[in-house]
Design a protein around this ligand. Structure first.
Ligand code: AKG
Ligand code: FE2
Length: 283
């Protein structure tokens, strides 16, 4: 682990103050491997060995093709547990942030945002609008270098400001319906659109391969258009302390176990045994 304690303290105080941090991943190897795997799978699916992640948009312009490819690649990413592998490789770092009891999102998102295609973006939001709790983190890992013009933006310090400072109008998405393919890819069917006058402090966060943007999901974040000239490829996977309060409406199975302290592990075994015995008696 090459992340010194001093550096960790700096990152923590930055996170505390601003609601986000850019982390040079202590073990970036699985990110490099994921980048290669995604590009190979993209070339296999398209039958085109010229296509690269960065120049994807020069080959895939039509929305139907794009959504189908993003869906296939998301299945590939999830089935091979690439997001979980990246996070597990940085376990010491995340343990320092979250403690020894960590849950990881079981169905992470793979985003592909082409230049000039507003329909590839989820817009500006905080995930607490949509059933997440402020105890959760999003870990956004890019698979290409992302300059400011192509980057996701955030509002520094917004993680401590209430919803009343970000009035929204809930609208119906023109192209996403509940349970549709785009919905499964992380697009919202009824997005809450923040009043643009409250978004003047949005700041783009450029990233390079091997870094991650880690943010409190109450921090206002998102993008409306990739104004650069590369396609932005990234995954985002949520992490939370396994004992932290979650929104009661969070779907069962949203999270899976990443790590446990021995004390928590023993307590979970005991609780499961109690439940199994109680249900045997009830039957
Ligand atoms: O990468 C994106 O475009 C959106 C990411 C996001 O909304 C999140 O990580 O919560
Ligand atoms: Fe989000």
């Amino acid at each position: 682990m090459n992340q010194s304690i001093n550096n960790l303290e700096q990152l923590e105080s930055h996170f505390y103050e601003h609601g986000w941090m850019v982390v040079k991943l202590p073990n970036p190897e699985p990110v490099y491997q994921t980048r290669i795997a995604l590009q190979q799978e993209l070339q296999r699916l398209t039958g085109n060995t010229q296509i690269t992640l960065e120049q994807y948009h020069q080959f895939i312009d039509e929305d139907t093709n794009h959504t189908e490819l993003q869906f296939q690649l998301t299945q590939f990413f999830r089935n091979h547990r690439l997001g979980q592998t990246i996070v597990a490789a940085q376990l010491d770092f995340f343990t320092a942030l979250l403690g020894r009891d960590i849950n990881v999102q079981s169905q992470p998102y793979l985003r592909i945002t082409r230049p000039g295609k507003t329909q590839d973006n989820v817009g500006y939001h905080r995930d607490t609008f949509y059933g997440n709790s402020p105890f959760e983190l999003s870990v956004l890992v890019p698979y290409v270098d992302v300059p400011a013009a192509s980057a996701l933006s955030i509002i520094p310090g917004s993680h401590t400001r209430p919803d009343s400072e970000f009035p929204t109008t809930q609208v119906e998405s023109p192209d996403v319906t509940k349970g549709s393919v785009k919905n499964q890819l992380g697009f919202l069917y009824a997005p809450k659109v923040i009043d643009p006058s409250c978004l003047v402090d949005m700041q783009p966060i450029p990233l390079v391969l091997g870094e991650a943007l880690v943010f409190n999901i109450a921090t206002i974040h998102g993008s409306e258009e990739n104004k650069g000239n590369i396609s932005r490829w990234s995954s985002d996977i949520r992490l939370a302390n396994a004992l932290a309060p979650m929104n009661p409406s969070l779907k069962a199975g949203y999270y899976e176990k990443l790590s446990r302290s021995v004390v928590t592990e023993a307590a979970e075994i005991f609780n499961n045994a109690q439940l199994a015995s109680a249900s045997k008696i009830a039957n």
